[in-house]
Design a protein around this ligand. Structure first.
Ligand SMILES: Nc1ncnc2c1ncn2[C@@H]1O[C@H](COP(=O)(O)OP(=O)(O)OP(=O)(O)O)[C@@H](O)[C@H]1O
Ligand SMILES: [Mg+2]
Length: 370
């Protein structure tokens, strides 16, 4: 699968811009603030219906304007897909494939698999459990549309139960009859989601371990331990028993929204004891594992977006990435760099079609290199 062209209208710092891509390596070059990451985000929007960075759609409208439009043409299994995404202030986002609007945006997730490696990704390791759930949920949702529907339903019932807890707590009531339907739904969905997360992690681990070993030279043992209250045999009982606590805190204390994935290095949490380099290796291995599990499960090669990667990685990790490019393991690649000479120097070592785009404050020029 690859993206043939992209059109941006009033999107972030782009007034109106059209780009044609090649199916191998596309490199966006330009100073800090030029609009390189914005282009990656536009591609992220078209593949996953939202920004990789800011969840509020209106913040992506060019300052002073009232709407943005993104259009892209993808080649997928010998078919051409024309996508358009239009967002107007105070209106619902409109998303169309070949002129047909989606009933629900979630129907689009997974059609165009994408993996992005960006500087803020370190939060997956150093941040709270929410970051890791977001990473795994995003990944599983792209491979399993049923999972995404379960998550949406879970969030819906959780929100409703929390609102009810708040009301009951304020009224000083403990109304089991009102809570019971939500409890049942949340327990049942927790178990289903937990089982899918467990199974996915088991499939994911071999990919992850392979890449970690290749990047680090097999220096240390890494593991990912799925931690969930739902694993306990008495989960349903524990859920019921925590009602007083839930009423006191006015929110649900047990369920898959509390899960975490423990990242360990030689048996210790990498978050606390890992070096900078070990964390970077861990992160790249997570992302490459994501890429390769998508490739296997989806039967198509995902787009790979590498934001500022040469700035953040050292030679050994860049070498590992480029060796995958050289082996033609990747499909279409998008790379950003604020230092054109460095990118050109690194990329000239690989045999691939490369298009360089120079960006200057939201306008582009292109040079092709074979
Ligand atoms: N809604 C918006 N309207 C207009 N401009 C915007 C909007 N959102 C972001 N920008 C501008 O986009 C620019 C940032 O673009 P981007 O993050 O793509 O830069 P970059 O080329 O990746 O830079 P760096 O090398 O620092 O990562 C900034 O100048 C910012 O002011
Ligand atoms: Mg950037």
């Amino acid at each position: 699968m690859y993206l043939k062209n992209l059109e941006l209208i009033q999107f972030k710092n782009y007034e109106r811009q059209q780009l044609e891509f090649n199916s191998e390596v596309n490199c966006f070059l330009g100073e800090n603030g030029a609009g390189k990451t914005n282009l990656l985000d536009a591609i992220h929007y078209l593949c996953l219906t939202k920004s990789a960075f800011l969840p509020v759609d209106s913040q992506h409208i060019r300052h002073g304007q009232t709407f943005f439009t993104l259009k892209g043409t993808f080649e997928l299994a010998q078919k051409t897909l024309s996508l358009s995404c239009v967002f107007e202030s105070h209106k619902k986002k409109r998303f169309e494939v070949n002129g047909n609007p989606y009933h629900r945006l979630s129907e689009h997730i997974g059609l165009l698999p994408l993996v992005m490696i960006a500087p803020d990704d370190t939060l997956i390791i150093t941040g709270g459990s929410e970051e890791r759930r977001k990473f795994f949920d995003g990944m599983i949702s792209q491979t399993d549309s049923h999972y995404l529907q379960l998550l949406i339903r879970y969030q819906h019932y959780l929100k409703q139960r929390n609102a009810l807890l708040k009301r009951l707590s304020e009224e000083g009531k403990k109304d089991l009859l009102q809570l019971s339907p939500y409890d049942q739904k949340l327990i049942q969905l927790s178990v289903e989601i937990h089982n899918i997360r467990s199974r996915f992690l088991a499939d994911f681990m071999p990919y992850f371990l392979d890449h970690y070993a290749a990047i680090s030279g097999q220096k240390e043992n890494v593991s990912i331990d799925y931690k969930s209250q739902v694993s306990q045999p008495d989960f349903a009982k524990n859920f019921a028993a925590s009602l007083d606590n839930d009423l006191f805190r006015k929110r649900t204390g047990l369920g898959i929204h509390k899960d975490d994935f423990d990242f360990q290095l030689d048996g210790y949490p990498i978050k606390k004891f890992g070096s900078q380099g070990q964390k970077k290796s861990f992160l790249i291995s997570l992302k490459l594992a994501q890429f390769f599990i998508f490739k296997t499960l989806k039967g198509t090669t995902p787009l790979l977006l590498l934001d500022d990667i040469f700035d953040k990685l050292d030679d050994q990790r860049i070498f590992h990435l480029l060796s995958q490019v050289a082996k033609k393991e990747f499909g279409q690649l998008f790379i950003t760099d604020a230092r054109p000479e460095r990118s050109k120097e690194i990329l000239k070592t690989i045999k691939a079609r490369i298009s360089f785009f120079s960006i200057n404050k939201g306008t582009l020029s292109e040079e092709n290199v074979d």
